[in-house]
Design a protein around this ligand. Sequence first.
Ligand code: CP
Length: 309
Amino acid sequence: MAGLKGKDILHGNQFSRKDIDGMIQIASDMEKELKKKDSLTLLKGKILATLFFEPSTRTRLSFETAMQRLGGGVISMASAEGSSAAKGETVGDTAKTVSQYADVIVIRHPRIGSAKEAADAASVPVINAGDGAGQHPTQALLDTYTIRKELGSLKNLTVSMVGDLKNGRTVHAFVELLSLYQARLYFVSPGNLRMPEEITSNLKQKGIWIEETEDLEKAASESALIYVTRIQKERFADLTEYERVKGSYVIDSKFLQRLKKKITILHPLPRVDEISLDVDSYPGAAYFRQVRNGVFVRMALLAMVMGRR
Ligand code: CP
């Protein structure tokens, strides 16, 4: 994982299995360290810039928490409206400018490819925190860490991915990591929100077993894990189409009773209506533990990118 020093983190396909196993070990070390003390000094004097041109709760705040727990400082732009992007400044010029202030940049933007544009212009490492419906690699890293903690192993899992697989950048990145561990993947979505063909054909070329279906119950009954995603209203050009598909899949306690087995449930969050509140107390409901893991994983990633691990 020393190989990540100075690197941009842009896409789930940039990691090897050795990278992921190394990251999991470092994140686990960070988690243990934080049980002993509130913060470390590993990145003392370093500055993280968070540039968020799209809303976020978890990704921005967990990156900022991670940097502060590592002893570093944070400068933050929480919306496009509050920056010179509102005056027409390009992503590239923004990244070049912020490189003069910060040692590492985390960026979220509504356009696919924008993080790469920022990385090409910046003189410090850039981490993609979500580029439109493209990729969200750090979410995939924390999802992977969560599976290792919840299930003990990543190898040969059967996973059902559920919801808006067309627009869900978290699933686009996550399948890249799961494919390194020979996962079997069910893609459960309404017909118009299927996983992009480019991604399914790439997985098939790698020899990964996949099945696309609209039947959640069948897929879940054969899976150890369901990864639920929100139908992404903000990506629909036609809101009547959104109204037609919203609420297509709802995980509730009745659904879990019908499964007649324990299953692990992850969700990158935020949720709208796809997981009922009555599921939160179910032992396999791991999505808020998943949120907490984001801090340890982002601590590990920042330390690695800054060459301190
Ligand atoms: N999972 C995730 O990306 O959440 P936020 O949109 O709140 O950052």
